[in-house]
Design a protein around this ligand. Structure first.
Ligand code: B12
Ligand code: SF4
Length: 717
């Protein structure tokens, strides 16, 4: 063995050498494969080991990436037990079930002989859990590391119960592949992760899985199932539905499979209780168990089995450094994601090292992590030092990063100058630590609308925050809900004015101190002097979007109370709604048609913007700018048409026709304006990117109809 400290791969060789009695043979074929096997992929470790130790010895690979546990049966029917982290076995938090079933003889060492009872071996090997993630490639061409199932895999492996396999449709797996995998047996528990727009895929899979002769235990979770719990339980009475963070749920489902836990003790579950009586009563009542608060769920890290595949498919790395939010906006149901809690950044260090090692195999990919936190900074006395510690950790690991945050982390009307100075310094430091972009959900610039949204912010506060951020050089993106069902005509007009304001986006002022900026943004003269001249809407990520009334949101209840709601739409977890002022509804509809007509082209430009530099980058920005300006003109022209329409008018088609004419004229105009810009961009791109843009450009230019699609991307990540 080498003089240097042992690596995890060295330890793999050690355990094999100990079990087989042969010295390590680093250059023999099977051994060479073992030396390069990805430790992030337990199935690959298992095959590499089995190839070397031979079929007569059983091999078990379990535990999480940071504490991978390898067990190899030796000739005498006893086992060698190795902790690939190199830490002694006694330092592991052994799950209670192992007591009496799995015994290591030398707990002070990482490598020890051990014994396993037949029951213990069964528990190490079963249940076979398949975690599947769904995906509509036609909606979101850019894959993302599948955090949800990867987090669940870590939680499951931490129990040392069973074996976990992951399948993600983003990585070239089809729905039929998942169905076939379930049909051909060998799956005891199927966990399906379902997010917005995937109801069709989920029901196809669940239809197949639940009608098998010997169906696996099926548990579904994710953002969409949290909205559609009731609908799903009606259709699949035996389904288990995860209602919140799924880590405790999946752990409990594994224990339940072994009859360690009754169903009513599985945390965070929606299910149908035992049946009673006959007839209609034979279907049990829908029941729920309590979810676990985010602050108690401290391990929110993923396994990385699918990270290499994500990069091979040109996808991006995602992580969460915190969970939940500090607020309860009325349109954002909180039951599922919960209250804010930040993870301590310590564990990030090893995780980023592992991510970095996998990224090293893809030298052409950007070293960027998307922190998909709902609210990056959070609250509490240590919020600022914690945020800085997370940023330091990312920076030291060599990663640029992007995230999301609330506006009240920059400007608060109830806080003094010192607070704002501290925050100003914080944001500058975050940028120095390679914060590449941050998304802020402004959502409105009209205080009465913000109150309805329960944003706990005001128009004035938003203005101060936008000025401060831009002057400090934070690269922001803003989301804005232009239309909402309860909006009045005057609110719509104020919205239009706010979006057009040129006193919000200031120039980056690196030469100025934080003190000068914090004082300056409150001074009209300073603002006029340092304005970038750009209207605010140029920084809004997606112009003209309307409120989505999600099932279970407080806003949806308000809309319902106003008699504006219709049928639920399970595909998007929302409820169909109409607008209190029908004229605004017409404008919102034409806005959505406008968004959808331009969505694929804008999405392509946005994706290109992320990966190209120099003049082509400027050209792409210019093209996106044209799209935004035209969207703003559309809004202005439609508001004018609304001005000329009385709410009581009998013929509502006239406003529709007016908006249609406006939209047609504008689309003709931007076709002429954008085409030469897009041709110029195409000329400067690499062949693959050029083909992609050319295809989308042609498709966009050839489209002559207005149709609604079901894809929006206002999460902004
Ligand atoms: C990435 C993302 C997107 C991407 C999705 C890309 C893709 N390929 O699917 C994009 C940008 C397209 C997107 C769009 C939308 N999104 Co989005 N999105 C996110 C974001 C930022 C990260 C998702 C993520 O990876 N989370 C991390 C994982 C670990 O969390 P999770 O998926 O919830 O998984 C946990 C649990 O749900 C559960 N779980 C998940 N699967 C399973 C499976 C089983 C078996 C079990 C037991 C448990 C379980 O356990 C997991 C671990 O704890 C979240 C914010 C967030 N932090 O979650 C918003 C979020 C999910 N999005 C949200 C919304 C509203 C939308 C939109 C509807 C917005 C809109 N109005 O248009 C659209 C939908 C558009 C569409 N057509 O689909 C909301 C949902 C609101 C809510 N409270 O439910 C969130 C929470 C953001 C927010 N606060 O507003 N989004
Ligand atoms: S919309 Fe954003 S700020 Fe509001 S509760 Fe949801 S995550 Fe928090």
């Amino acid at each position: 063995m080498p003089d240097r400290p042992l690596s995890a791969h060295d330890r793999l060789m050690c355990v094999v050498a100990h079990t087989t009695g042969a010295g390590p043979k680093p250059d023999a074929p099977g051994w060479a494969a073992m030396r390069s096997v990805s430790l992030a992929e337990p199935a690959a470790i298992h095959s590499a080991l089995s190839a070397v130790v031979g079929k007569q010895r059983r091999v078990v690979v379990t535990g999480t990436l940071d504490r991978r546990l390898v067990l190899i049966e030796d000739r005498a029917g006893s086992w060698m037990v190795a902790d690939l982290s190199g830490r002694p076995h006694r330092s592991r938090a052994w799950p209670p079930w192992t007591s009496g079933h799995l015994n290591v003889t030398e707990p002070g060492r990482w490598l020890s002989p051990g014994s396993i009872t037949p029951e213990g071996l069964l528990r190490l090997l079963r249940p076979r859990l398949l975690l599947a993630s769904l995906y509509h490639p036609e909606h979101f061409p850019l894959p993302r590391f599948p955090l949800a199932i990867s987090d669940l895999a870590r939680a499951a492996r931490a129990t040392l119960l069973g074996q976990v396999e992951l399948m993600d449709m983003q990585m070239g797996v089809s729905l039929d592949d998942i169905v076939d995998r379930v049909r051909c047996g060998g799956v005891d528990v199927l966990g399906v992760s379902v997010t917005f727009g995937q109801h069709d895929l989920a029901t196809r899979l669940l239809d197949e899985a639940t009608c098998l002769d010997e169906p696996p235990v099926v548990v579904a979770g994710g953002s969409l199932t949290a909205r559609n719990e009731r609908i799903l339980l009606e259709r699949y009475p035996r389904l288990l539905v995860g209602r919140g963070a799924g880590e405790p749920t999946i752990q409990d489902v594994l224990a339940h499979w072994h009859s360690d836990l009754p169903i009513e003790q599985i945390r965070g579950l929606g299910y149908r209780g035992a049946t009673r009586g006959t007839g209609a009563a034979t279907i049990g009542r829908a029941r729920r168990t309590g979810t676990v608060a985010n602050r108690l769920q401290t391990d929110i890290w993923p396994e990385l089995d699918l990270l290499d595949a994500t990069f091979r498919h040109r996808g991006v790395a995602q992580l969460e450094a915190s969970r939940g939010c500090t607020n309860f906006c009325s349109f954002c149901p909180r039951g599922h994601k919960g209250q804010w809690a930040g993870a301590a950044p310590d564990a990030l260090r090893w995780l980023l090292r592992e991510i970095g090692a996998i990224l090293d195999r893809h030298p052409r990919l950007s070293r960027t992590v998307y922190l998909v936190d709902e609210e990056f900074i959070g609250r509490g006395d240590d919020a600022v030092p914690r945020a800085l510690a997370v940023a330091d950790t990312l920076d030291q690991a060599g990663f640029a990063w992007e995230t999301s945050c609330r506006v009240d982390q920059i400007a608060r009307l109830d806080r003094d100058r010192d607070w704002h100075l501290e925050r100003g310094h914080l944001w500058r430091r975050l940028v120095e630590r390679r914060l590449r972009r941050c998304l802020f959900g402004v959502e409105s610039g009209v205080t009465s609308i913000l109150q309805r949204f329960n944003k706990e912010t005001t128009a004035e506060q938003n203005a101060l925050a936008i000025r401060t951020l831009t002057a400090l050089g934070v690269p922001p993106r803003f989301t804005y809900i232009t239309f909402d069902q309860l909006m009045t005509e005057s609110e719509l007009r104020e919205t239009y004015v706010f979006q057009g304001r040129t006193d919000l986006l200031l120039r980056h002022l690196p030469e100025m101190s934080v003190e000068q900026i914090v004082d300056g943004v409150r001074d009209d003269g300073f603002v006029a002097e340092h304005s970038s001249g750009r209207p605010f809407f140029t920084a809004i990520s997606y112009m003209l979007v309307g409120m989505e009334c999600l099932i279970g949101a407080a806003y949806t209840r308000k809309a319902e109370a106003a008699g504006l709601t219709g049928q639920p739409d399970p595909s998007m977890g929302r409820v169909d709604t109409r607008y209190a002022d029908w004229r605004i509804g017409v404008l919102a509809r034409w806005s959505q048609l406008w968004i959808d007509r331009n969505f694929a082209l804008d999405y392509t430009l946005k994706s290109l913007e992320k990966i190209i530099d120099g003049q082509p980058h400027q050209l792409v920005r210019g093209a996106r700018g044209i799209l935004k300006h035209t969207a703003y003109r559309l809004l202005g022209a439609m508001i004018e048409a609304l001005d000329h329409t009385d709410t009581l008018v009998a013929d509502r088609t006239e406003l529709h026709a007016g908006c249609a004419a406006i939209a047609e004229n504008l689309i003709d105009e931007i076709r002429v304006e954008l085409s030469p810009v897009l041709v110029a961009v195409e000329a400067q791109l690499a062949p693959a990117q050029r083909d992609l843009l050319h295809r989308e450009h042609q498709r966009w230019a050839a489209t002559t109809t207005w149709t609604l699609i079901n894809a929006a991307d206002t999460c902004g990540t």
